[in-house]
Design a protein around this ligand. Structure first.
Ligand code: PEP
Length: 255
């Protein structure tokens, strides 16, 4: 079977604080990843910065947004639609990030957003992850429900348009020492594929990229992807540090 291209997603969150700095970071990353062949890089800046980068002709890069609303237009103060994001170059949308779920985003909202993203011809990066690990393994059931609810309403063909980002919440925003061990990441990615396989089919499930997020840094990027056997990484804080992010992308290219 042909090996899938690795995917490295940079989630800039609500950084950097100025568009000038955003341009500098983007330019530095663009220079650094020239020559990358086997990896797709998705940069998800704050949406207001998307138009600045829309003109980038790079075949390595795609742009993504960090959130979206499910309606196309209407009296929804503060929201943006898939069409608006698409006009400004977004090809991907992160949906259900734990930082949004913490602000009250439910599985039901995630499911509506995922459907809207797919209907608009964009790809959804669907974040799931438990907030803690209990000795009895209740997190398995938690993840199962999160996946089932977040994907409810998707037809089998829609699965070509999703990426699952497994992000154990207790590992986010720390250092590589606090990330999950590659062997555990492997176990979780198999578990996710098995769930998808039960919900749809084995053939469909194994084509859905499963990426890992949570303190992925230069030090652990390669081992997470090679030993953890995931299809890529969702990178938060290190996606704003060009020299580190470039090394992470390069690690993906050889993993
Ligand atoms: C994230 O925000 O999705 C993330 C993985 O963050 P960090 O890399 O900073 O842990």
């Amino acid at each position: 079977m042909k090996k899938q291209r690795k995917i490295i997603v940079g989630n800039w969150k609500m950084y950097p604080e100025t568009s000038e700095r955003a341009k500098e970071i983007f330019a530095a990353i663009s220079r650094g990843v020239r020559g990358i062949k086997k990896t797709e890089v998705v940069i998800c800046p704050p949406s207001v910065y998307l138009p600045i980068f829309k003109k980038s002709k790079s075949k390595i890069f795609s742009l993504g947004a960090q959130n979206v609303f499910w309606e196309m237009a209407g009296a929804y103060t503060g929201e943006v639609s898939t069409k608006m994001l698409s006009e400004f170059g977004a090809k991907f949308v992160i949906v259900g990030h734990s930082e949004r779920r913490r602000l009250g985003e439910t599985d039901e909202a995630v499911s509506k957003k995922v459907s809207a993203v797919i209907r608009a011809g964009l790809k959804a990066i669907i974040c799931i992850g438990e907030s803690e690990r209990d000795v009895n393994g209740a997190y398995f059931e938690f993840l199962k429900n999160q996946i089932k609810n977040s994907l409810s309403g998707l037809r089998p063909a829609d699965l070509q348009k999703i990426i699952i980002a497994y992000e154990p919440i207790w590992t986010i925003g720390k250092s590589y020492n606090d990330a999950m061990k590659p062997s555990d990441i492997h176990e979780m990615s198999l578990y996710i594929k098995k769930l998808l396989s039960d919900m749809y089919s084995k053939e469909i499930a194994f084509k859905v990229p499963v990426i890992y997020g949570g303190s992925a840094e230069v030090e652990n990027a390669f081992s997470i992807m090679s030993e953890g056997q995931v299809d890529g990484l969702l990178v938060g804080h290190k996606s704003l540090v060009p020299e580190d992010f470039i090394k992470i992308v390069k690690a993906a290219d050889v993993a």
